[in-house]
Design a protein around this ligand. Structure first.
Ligand code: SAM
Length: 206
């Protein structure tokens, strides 16, 4: 593991803390409050979603590809009442059978995975029929001038934010991957900066 990996993992919660206390934390609460059954949290990071899961969630599979993030996730999982399994794997190749979970959660992850279309196809594969995909993702700006700015910024942003892209059209990726996205709408993740445009809501496998 590189020093930068350690530093990024250590800095993640402090850097996100004001958003977590504000609009991001509220959005997590709103979208996760009524989940039940078996939940896959993909790209679970340090486990920010765990605190918002209700007691009706029986089991959580928390998939995380970065060992430094996974270590922190594991620590957080220890204090959680639900049965949590931390799995070191990539979203693009989930080591899970077809149709094995009731809910998939993707929060601030599809901006970073190497192959978003392959990842979405995996999320679709592991969801049971009637299941739901809970989404909070920052995306490309619908305004062309601001989208071009995001595109120009992305190479540098990817370096400091460990692979995060500012310019992904994640709603289209979800729709192409077999999801009904009529329950996913526009949102603003932050008040200013290149990660303002975002999408949130619930997508359903078609
Ligand atoms: C910005 S963090 C978001 C973490 C968490 N979901 C949250 O809402 O705070 C993105 C996470 O996705 C993980 N990640 C990136 N690419 C991945 C992949 N291909 N498969 C699984 N996890 C991935 C990163 O290691 C990182 O922990």
């Amino acid at each position: 593991m590189s020093l930068f990996q350690h530093l990024f993992a250590a800095a993640y919660d402090p850097v996100m803390s004001s958003l977590e206390r504000g609009r991001l934390g509220e959005k997590r609460r709103e979208l996760l409050a009524d989940l039940s059954g078996e939940v896959l949290d993909v790209g679970a990071g340090t486990g920010a979603n765990l605190a918002h899961l209700p007691s009706t969630v029986r089991r959580v599979i928390a998939v995380e590809s970065d060992p430094a993030m996974a270590r922190r996730l594991q620590q957080r999982a220890l204090d959680h009442p639900a049965d949590i399994e931390v799995v070191g794997a990539a979203a693009e190749a989930l080591p899970l059978p077809d149709r094995c979970v009731d809910v998939v959660v993707t929060t601030l992850v599809l901006c970073t995975v190497q192959d978003p279309q392959a990842a979405v196809s995996e999320l679709h594969r592991v969801l049971r029929p009637g299941g739901r995909l809970v989404v909070i993702e920052h995306v490309v700006d619908p305004a062309p001038r601001r989208a071009r700015r995001q595109e120009r910024l992305t190479p540098a942003w990817r370096v400091v934010a460990r692979g995060c892209h500012l310019d992904r059209d994640t709603l289209t990726t979800l729709a192409r991957g077999g999801f009904d996205v009529s329950g996913v709408g526009s949102w603003e993740l932050s008040r200013r900066g290149p990660t303002v445009p975002a999408i949130t809501g619930v997508a359903r496998p078609r």
